[in-house]
Write a protein that binds this ligand. Structure first.
Ligand code: SF4
Length: 270
């Protein structure tokens, strides 16, 4: 799921980490990390909840992903529910919507005036492309997604992973922070470089759809931006519309499940 794109300034780069990693420590692998995160947080089929059951799933995913750019998910949920209640959640309705009507419905997400102006353009482009199922089924689905207004690499890969079932990494701020602290990626590298590097790695049998959810959960509960909770219990649950989301692991957590394999945790920075 997309989220704030502001990169943490306190995240050690791979180069910085190299000076703090004990030489005897076996570097973590992506598969090991995925397995440990899955054991700790569990798989949550409701992680990206169905909030608008009358809307095709891919449409809700794209709408949510676009609104989530630089916004907290809880606020996106409320905006989606307001749009739906106003009869403005379909592409047809959004394409014809007046930005002045949309803007108050988008309060809470980043840049409501801009979003209100651009959402009708996105909706019109999706309709002109023949709808999302047509776009996602095309051999060049990623290029077609990237041609849509407001859809960048992160949002395009989110759709490929969650709506098209493709095994592709979603390079968001959480992934850069968590895997950067583990020394698995250079958090300052370009989107394309991180994506290419991760795409060839074994994820231990965990799909990227699930792994993306696990990394986001980890970035919310333990691997926080400023001070990671390496040895404490996970950060408290946030107030999501889906009541099952992250309830179980918030109750029982006592330490980061990656502490044994994390050079940042071993260095005592958290
Ligand atoms: S040990 Fe600390 S820095 Fe490393 S992944 Fe866990 S919370 Fe993040």
């Amino acid at each position: 799921m997309p989220t704030t794109r502001t990169l943490p300034t306190t995240v050690p780069t791979t180069r910085t980490l190299a000076t703090t990693v004990p030489t005897t420590r076996t570097p973590a692998t992506l598969g090991d990390v995925a397995t440990r995160l899955l054991a700790h947080y569990g798989e949550e089929p409701w992680w990206w909840p169905v909030l608008l059951p009358d809307l095709p799933r891919a449409d809700e995913l794209l709408l949510g992903a676009v609104l989530c750019q630089q916004s907290r998910w809880e606020r996106v949920e409320q905006a989606l529910l307001r749009l739906d209640a106003a009869g403005l959640s379909t592409w047809e309705a959004l394409a014809a919507a007046d930005p002045a009507v949309l803007q108050p419905l988008l309060v809470g997400v980043a840049y409501p005036p801009t979003r209100a102006r651009l959402l009708p353009r996105l909706a019109a482009a999706v309709l002109a492309a023949g709808g999302l199922p047509t776009v996602l089924a095309a051999p060049d689905a990623r290029a077609r997604l990237l041609a849509l207004p407001q859809v960048g690499p992160e949002t395009a890969d989110t759709l490929l992973a969650f709506a098209a079932g493709q095994h592709v990494p979603v390079v968001d701020a959480y992934l850069r922070r968590v895997l950067g602290r583990l020394g698995l990626v250079d958090p300052a590298a370009s989107y394309a470089a991180v994506r290419e590097d991760l795409a060839g790695q074994d994820t231990g049998g965990v799909s990227w759809e699930v792994l993306h959810a696990l990394v986001v959960e980890h970035g919310i509960h333990h691997c926080l931006t400023r001070t990671p909770l390496c040895r404490g219990s996970g950060h408290p649950k946030r107030d999501y519309a889906e009541p099952r989301k992250c309830v179980e692991h918030c109750r029982t957590c006592t330490a980061c499940p990656l502490l044994e394999v994390c050079p940042t945790g071993a260095s005592g920075q958290g």
